[in-house]
Ligand binder design. Structure first.
Ligand SMILES: [Zn+2]
Length: 61
């Protein structure tokens, strides 16, 4: 019988890691943080764009 040792997978690369960890290395953690930051920036840019699209007719632009 094969016993499966409790484990998780690295959020970035999918490598098997211990359940206490989220990433297999600092490099993967940084990569994930960078992706999160980029996503946040895109989200903010989208909000700003939507806001201007909503407001510009009111300003007569
Ligand atoms: Zn990894």
């Amino acid at each position: 019988m094969v016993k499966i040792i409790p484990h998780k997978h690295c959020t970035t690369c999918g490598k098997s890691i211990v359940p206490e960890e989220t990433f297999c290395s600092d490099k993967c953690k940084k990569q994930y943080d960078d992706a999160q930051k980029r996503q946040k920036l895109i989200f903010i840019a989208f909000i700003v764009l939507a806001f201007f699209m909503l407001v510009s007719p009111l300003l007569g632009l």
